[in-house]
Design a protein around this ligand. Structure first.
Ligand code: NAP
Length: 306
């Protein structure tokens, strides 16, 4: 019999209303036939309430939580233990109650790797460009280092943040074949021209500003390039549209979202709840939810302009 406290989960962040995770887990619980016993909800936790929120999880209010913007890095000092990927990224997106304490994991790393593998993109020994230096970029960068890429160029609006991140990653993993370029720098276009994979790990292009593109010079996109955008709302971002139009391989962020969630579920339930087989149904369901949300936004914009 599974103890009661192992059945309630949540995602914490601020803001959190936009999160797709409650829809994702509700679908998974229904499909696995456990919707009557398992619950997952969105829980808005402002930064100043983070210690108290984690204390409530520690006391057993929830069996596990996901962590999203802006808490992935700042939860670390509040935890009792970290798994290897969380320690090496310096970011936590999943917390489980283990041995009376809280343990942090980073399932974004595995989610990214599985999504890339499924898209048949193998950047081992290749040059890669990553846009962004936040929590998601940390996971992507560790995954690329684990895969054995030849070189990583990181472009970020705040250059110093990217430099700090890469020095930190080098200290944790020994990986030294990297450079940092400013996001408006011509060196970024050069790096994209010489790369076989470009990953957007910034939030640029996300709802409510879907017309924005994180790459200032899309003419650098070339047919030998695979382009993955972690943003999944909208599913087809401006960057992916540019990529498609230039014959590159576009990969959206939805499969990564699904795989990181399924890995978290296995951690929380110690493998008791496991999704076997393809994720096509989960993907279709979430794409439908995103589509409905987009329609609802358009409707409310139309009615407020009349
Ligand atoms: P974060 O820690 O807040 O980092 C945001 C990043 O975006 C930083 O690099 C930031 O640059 C950059 N940025 C934000 N606004 C910008 C602007 N107006 N112009 C230029 N750069 C800007 O967020 P995160 O957790 O890394 O998440 C980033 C994105 O990845 C979000 O859209 C999130 O939904 C998505 N994500 C997707 C998955 C998935 O499974 N598909 C998983 C994790 C995250 P500065 O350093 O200059 O501020």
């Amino acid at each position: 019999m599974i103890p009661v406290e192992r059945r309630e989960f949540a995602v914490i962040g601020d803001p959190i209303a936009h999160s797709l995770s409650p829809e994702l887990f509700a679908f998974v619980f229904r499909a696995l036939g456990v919707a009557d016993r398992y619950r997952y909800r969105a829980w808005r936790v402002p930064a100043h309430e983070l210690p108290e929120a984690l204390e409530r999880v520690r006391r057993g209010m929830l069996a596990g939580i996901n962590v999203t913007i802006p808490h992935k890095e700042r939860v670390i000092p509040l935890l009792d233990a970290l798994d290897l990927r969380a320690a090496r990224t310096g970011a936590v997106n999943t917390i489980a109650r283990e041995g009376g304490g809280l343990k942090g994991y980073n399932t974004d790393v595995g989610g990214f790797l599985r999504a890339l593998r499924e898209a048949r993109v193998d950047p081992r020994g290749e040059r890669v460009v990553v846009l962004g230096a936040g929590g998601a970029a940390r996971a992507v960068l560790l995954a690329l280092v684990e895969m054995g890429v030849a070189h990583i160029a990181v472009g970020n609006r705040t250059r110093e943040r990217a430099e700090r991140l890469m020095k930190d990653l080098q200290a944790r993993t020994g990986f030294s074949r990297w450079e940092v370029v400013g996001s408006g720098d011509p060196a970024l276009s050069e790096a994209v021209r010489g790369a076989s994979l470009l990953v957007n790990a910034t939030s640029v292009g996300m709802h409510p500003y879907p017309q924005r593109c994180p790459l200032p010079d899309p003419s650098a996109l070339h047919p030998g390039l695979a382009v993955m955008d972690l943003v999944y709302n909208p599913l087809e971002t401006q960057l992916l549209r540019e990529a498609k139009g230039r014959g590159t391989r576009p990969i959206d962020g939805l499969n990564m979202l699904i795989y990181q969630a399924l890995e978290a579920l296995e951690i929380w339930t110690q493998g008791e709840l496991r999704w076997e087989g393809p994720i096509t149904d989960i993907r279709e369901h979430l794409a439908g939810v995103l589509h409905e949300r987009e329609e609802a936004t358009c409707r409310s914009e139309r009615s407020s302009s009349t």
